[in-house]
Design a protein around this ligand. Structure first.
Ligand code: HEC
Ligand code: HEC
Length: 272
């Protein structure tokens, strides 16, 4: 196993020589930004009140109901056919928990997190709704929250602190990230070569008992929560609740090291 990992690391480092000057390795532009992630129109926000929630319901009936269901419990007619018995079902908005958050594990998502998910969609499972005007997407956020009023009322979820900013994708950073991948036990699920074939992989399930294979880290386009450095930082620290991707408290106090792990994950796609 170790040998294979070393060969993989060797290939990775070789691959890096080719991409170091490509635009992808340019981490500028995101320096010093706080979560949540830049998507335009975060500010084009209507007031949150009974009227906007009622509008949200109407939009929901057009765009979301066939998957998330009439009551928002994830039992729409299309839900079953999306992935039969092999993939996550649409979220039950009356229960949570939420996968895609900028907040600590166990916390509610920020409104901006819900807005981002609705805007971008979830690769392989849910279309992005960038075709709806931003105010309509906000109204959907308000409507979804109204389905779990006791949870969301008065809640003020806090985003996690972002330590530092993305570091350049250099061979040194990838090597440090490789070491973190070993100590943090990422390989147990994602496998030594990142293909999602770790020893724990076959038995992983989500909270509802559906099988939930670990992501194939060599395919960043399939990442549900995005594959930009900031997205990976957020995913690694906050985890995807309700599934099997844990949050990683072990980075508490030295969060800036996560940027190296982010680079190691990004290097999988290069060395493939
Ligand atoms: C084609 C089916 C489909 C449609 C249409 C759809 N969704 Fe989803 N949605 C899903 C699935 C499946 C998941 C769960 C994915 C997972 O857990 O990995 C999900 C999850 C979500 C989540 C939870 C994200 C999280 O953090 O856990 C939100 C919010 C959401 N959908 C909102 C919407 C809204 C609003 C609409 C309509 C504008 C919509 N969805 C339309 C299938 C769909
Ligand atoms: C206990 C098993 C397990 C461990 C340990 C684990 N993961 Fe995961 N990981 C998963 C599963 C399962 C998913 C898919 C979750 C989903 O789709 O809801 C996932 C998804 C991911 C994703 C893709 C997220 C997305 O947007 O789709 C990344 C990136 C990732 N893991 C990185 C890591 C890193 C880095 C570590 C180590 C610090 C790690 N994982 C440790 C099980 C694990």
């Amino acid at each position: 196993m170790r040998n294979i990992q070393h060969i993989a690391l060797g290939l990775t480092l070789t691959g890096l020589l080719f991409i170091l000057h490509s635009p992808q390795s340019d981490a500028k532009g995101s320096q010093g930004k706080t979560m949540p992630i830049k998507i335009g129109q975060y500010n084009d926000r209507p007031p949150e009140n009974e009227a906007s929630i009622a509008d949200g319901r109407l939009i929901y009936e057009r765009a979301c109901i066939y998957c998330h269901g009439n009551e928002g419990t994830g039992k729409g007619p299309v839900a079953f056919f999306l992935s039969r018995d092999t993939g996550p079902r649409p979220r039950d908005f009356t229960l949570g928990p939420y996968k895609f958050r900028s907040t600590e594990s166990g916390e509610l998502p920020l409104d901006e997190d819900l807005f981002r998910t609705i805007t971008r969609g979830i690769v392989g499972y849910m279309p992005g709704f960038v075709g709806l005007d931003a105010p309509d997407r906000w109204k959907l956020v308000y409507y979804i929250k109204s389905l779990a009023p006791e949870d969301f009322e008065d809640a003020q979820p806090e985003p996690i602190k972002v330590a530092g900013s993305p570091v350049p994708l250099t061979a040194m950073s990838v090597k440090r990230g490789y070491e973190l991948y070993q100590v943090a036990g990422c390989w147990e699920c994602h496998g030594g070569s990142g293909k999602g074939d770790g020893e724990k992989a076959p038995d992983l399930k989500d909270d509802s008992g559906m099988p939930l294979p670990p992501a194939n880290l060599t395919m960043p386009n399939s990442f549900k929560a995005g594959s930009q450095p900031e997205d990976l930082y957020r995913t690694i620290l906050t985890g995807l609740d309700g599934g099997a991707m844990p949050s990683h408290d072990r980075f508490k106090g030295h969060e800036e090291d996560v940027w190296d792990l982010v680079n190691y994950i990004r290097s999988f796609a290069i060395s493939k």
